[in-house]
Design a protein around this ligand. Structure first.
Ligand code: MYR
Length: 185
């Protein structure tokens, strides 16, 4: 009999899926804790998380586009829906609700129905200014920049700070025209 070394399908094995989710959550917690040790200012930790996320997002977008089986979005509303329903599902196994559109359709909120990053987490008094999940803002900013959208992304509601939801505000600043790599002369 030949032994199979291929990883099992997580969807077919709830136990494996649960262990991986916990490991993911605890690993993220360890990263945040280390940043808190390394940097004195909470704002600097928030910035570092955003930068780490940006670098992840800039790489992860290729994987997303290869697997997501989506056509090019026609506008920012469609992009927000794709992020909320396909992106979050693919990488965090949760979905988000898109809400609170600005009248010019340049800004909206992604409200997380569930947030696996914060399982087991409680912020001590000393960390009240911490945007614990700020890495997600960076991921979105990095991914969107790779598909020519410059954005501003920030948490405006955070359950770890006592709010009733996790709400990410996503603002499209500009479409950056793609540069053609060859000269036309
Ligand atoms: C297009 O118009 O080409 C589609 C652009 C969609 C880009 C969305 C990228 C988001 C990817 C990941 C979200 C991960 C959240 C944890």
């Amino acid at each position: 009999m030949r032994a199979s070394l291929r990883p099992s399908d997580p969807a077919a094995s709830p136990a494996v899926e649960r262990v991986n989710a916990e490991l993911f959550t605890l690993t993220y917690g360890a990263i945040v804790r280390q940043l808190l040790t390394d940097y004195e200012e909470i704002d600097e930790v928030n910035k570092q998380l955003d930068t780490m996320g940006y670098n992840i997002g800039a790489r992860l977008v290729d994987d997303f586009l290869a697997k997501a089986n989506i056509t090019k979005c026609t506008d920012f509303r469609e992009t927000a829906d794709v992020i909320a329903k396909v992106g979050f599902k693919m990488f965090l196994n949760v979905t988000a609700t898109v809400a609170n559109w600005s009248s010019d359709n340049m800004e909206c909120s992604l409200i997380l129905d569930d947030n696996p990053l914060v399982d087991f987490v409680e912020l001590p008094e000393t960390c009240q200014g911490l945007s614990y999940c700020n890495i997600l803002c960076g991921v979105l900013r990095g991914a969107l920049e790779m598909v020519s959208m410059r954005t501003e992304v920030k948490f405006v509601k955070d359950m770890l700070r006592g709010d009733d939801a996790f709400e990410i505000r996503l603002k499209l600043l500009e479409h950056v025209p793609e540069e053609y790599p060859y000269k036309n002369d």
